[in-house]
Design a binder for this molecule. Structure first.
Ligand SMILES: C[S@@+](CC[C@H](N)C(=O)[O-])C[C@H]1O[C@@H](n2cnc3c(N)ncnc32)[C@H](O)[C@@H]1O
Length: 588
């Protein structure tokens, strides 16, 4: 059957597109790829089976020059494959920062340009990102949200939450766990504020009232505290809690968009915070525009809840940068605002009782644990969770602790050492006179220097006593070290067998030195085991490593679980944690 002209065009593009991607994956030279592109191969083409674009393929091959070339030629920075990963996600999964940054910067440029164009023309939809609101449900449309019923409940884990029903699912509008973030925000906004004695505060979005409660609990209560909240159920909740009676609190029962004229008339706010729901970036940017007129002056502070595109490290990063640039555009620089980049801290994964663990994250990917028998065992580090069950981890730590403990008795070592030192000093000193006198009595030969001879014998005695006390302890410690080494090298061998030379971690243990009882366990992770910032429950392709904070899965079930709400979405992208900051040393 004859193909129509348009079918023929699609066919040619498909062939060229497939050929381009194939050639990249085969590792063809950049000149060969350039020729294919010049022949007209479409950069927007994505394979049907995987949704892979030329940019995905170049990122997968970790070909920096090619990635840069494709971007320069107009490759789409934010196209997602069938698993919803962008090319930058692929780069991230290899921890390839250079390629990630090239694509990220292309995203920032593209978004800036689109915003600029939209401000000069009538284009309604400035954002090319997929997180723009295509979703007309309460999760992403303010109108639908304001018409939906909200529930203020305690979930099965005792956490206070405010949820909205979207279809069959319940989506969290605000969750009790965000308390920590709100605390940190209030600290950054209010601590050492020059006007802390008569603060004028504006908060957009009451939710569970966490941040407003914290503002009210400041050492000096704000003199004026405006709260903008449009949802009737939230307003009811506020009434029940007595917010309408609080001195200095003024509640505007409308959306911020409808309250802005009133707010601008009030003006002169020292602290402004915004954390709405179901709004997209354009709305937030719209709010930014009013900041210069809302804030009192250079000492004023502004912050917002940064959940922008947070399901995906790339979109989150692009939007965070975009927000910084747009804030700079309206004259707000980073002296005035706080961007909250992370939703939860890695330390949240460690139970409060886990004092035995001190973790140092080094760039090489070492985990250093100080294990002590008087402290509970730390949980399996998340980097090892795909290789080690908690049972195996516990067995290993217990075996290590028992072995090390057999060769570590700090109190006995102290007493033995003190006795040894005293014996090596006192015994020769006491015996010196005895030896000297004894020789003097017996000696007849006037040429012999008895004093010198006695000194030498006393010194030999000192060495003898010293060795008597310290040789056994040194041998005992040495045997202990060997035993620990043997144990650890057995595990290293087993891990190598199971996971291969390059993918297994390497353990090294240092048994307790003298007077000490903590064993230092250093686990060197292979390069590929550095965690990425994907959602703990997300379906990840094999080349993407585990998440940073597995405990966050409780708060952000990717797919909703019975009894737990799903976190909100912007457009079609579910929100989840993003931990793009580097690890820091943390003592817990
Ligand atoms: C995530 S909650 C805020 C939580 C709050 N920061 C806290 O500490 O509990 C979002 C709130 O913003 C409100 N909201 C949504 N759209 C809004 C708008 N356009 N203007 C003002 N508030 C809005 C919602 O009704 C909801 O109460």
């Amino acid at each position: 059957m004859e193909r129509s002209e348009s079918e023929e065009t699609v066919h040619i593009f498909t062939q060229l597109g497939e050929y381009l991607i194939d050639s990249i994956l085969r590792g063809e030279s950049i000149d060969a790829i350039k020729l294919i592109v010049q022949e007209g191969a479409p950069l927007w083409y994505q394979t049907e089976s995987e949704g892979m674009s030329a940019l995905h393929a170049a990122a997968y091959m970790q070909n920096t020059e090619l990635v840069q070339y494709l971007i320069d030629e107009g490759a789409i920075w934010n196209s997602v494959d069938n698993l919803k990963y962008t090319a930058a996600d692929v780069a991230l999964s290899f921890n390839n920062e250079t390629i990630y940054t090239i694509i990220r910067n292309a995203g920032i440029r593209a978004e800036m340009l689109l915003t600029l164009l939209s401000s000069r023309s009538e284009i309604e939809e400035p954002s090319s990102l997929m997180i723009r609101s295509e979703d007309e449900t309460a999760a992403a449309s303010t109108n639908a949200f304001l018409k939906s019923r909200l529930n203020f409940i305690k979930d099965k884990n005792g956490q206070e939450i405010c949820v909205v029903k979207v279809g069959d699912e319940e989506i969290g509008v605000m969750m009790g766990w965000e308390q920590g973030i709100m605390q940190e925000t209030v600290k950054n906004l209010c601590e050492d504020h020059p006007s802390s004695d008569n603060l004028k505060v504006l908060n957009i979005g009451f939710g569970l009232g966490i941040i407003d409660t914290l503002f009210q609990a400041l050492p000096t209560r704000p003199i004026t505290h405006y709260i903008v909240e449009p949802h009737p159920d939230v307003l009811q909740y506020m009434k029940r809690l007595g917010w309408y009676q609080k001195p200095g609190v003024k509640i505007l029962e409308r959306k911020w968009q409808d309250s802005i004229q009133d707010l601008l008339e009030v003006g002169g706010f020292d602290v402004v915070y915004t954390d709405t729901f179901s709004e997209d970036y354009n709305a937030l940017r719209g709010f930014f525009e009013h900041l210069p007129d809302l804030l009192a002056g250079p000492e004023s502070r502004f912050s917002f809840f940064n959940g922008l595109g947070a399901t995906n490290a790339l979109f989150y990063d692009v939007y965070t940068h975009l927000a910084e640039l747009h804030l700079a555009d309206v004259g707000i620089d980073d002296r005035f605002f706080q961007l909250k980049r992370s939703y939860s801290l890695p330390s949240a994964t460690v139970p409060a009782s886990g004092h035995s663990e001190r973790r140092l994250y080094e760039t090489a990917g070492d985990i250093v644990l100080y294990l002590s028998t008087n402290q509970p065992n730390p949980p399996v580090p998340f980097e090892l969770q795909d290789q080690m069950t908690p049972a195996v981890w516990l067995t290993r730590l217990t075996a290590l602790a028992n072995t090390a403990q057999r060769y570590s008795k700090p109190w006995f070592e102290r007493i033995w050492t003190v006795t040894g030192i005293l014996a090596s000093l006192i015994l020769p000193a006491v015996l010196y006179n005895v030896i000297y006198n004894h020789m003097n009595v017996r000696g007849a030969d006037g040429n012999v220097d008895f004093a010198r001879l006695s000194e030498m014998i006393t010194f030999a005695l000192f060495i003898g006593v010293f060795l008597f006390f310290f040789t056994p302890i040194a041998i005992w410690k040495f045997i202990g070290r060997k035993q620990v080494d043997r144990l650890v090298s057995k595990w290293n061998g087993a891990d190598r067998m199971n996971y291969g030379q390059n993918a297994s971690s390497t353990w090294k243990a240092q048994s307790p030195g003298i007077f000490r009882n903590s064993t230092i366990l250093t686990i060197s992770l292979p390069a590929s085991m550095k965690p990425t910032s994907f959602h703990p429950n997300a379906y990840l392709p094999s080349y993407i490593n585990g998440p940073i904070d597995p405990d966050a899965s409780y708060y952000y079930p990717y797919k909703s679980e019975p009894g737990l709400p799903r976190m909100s979405v912007i457009g079609n992208v579910p929100l989840h944690i993003d931990e793009k900051r580097g690890f820091e040393d943390s003592r817990v």
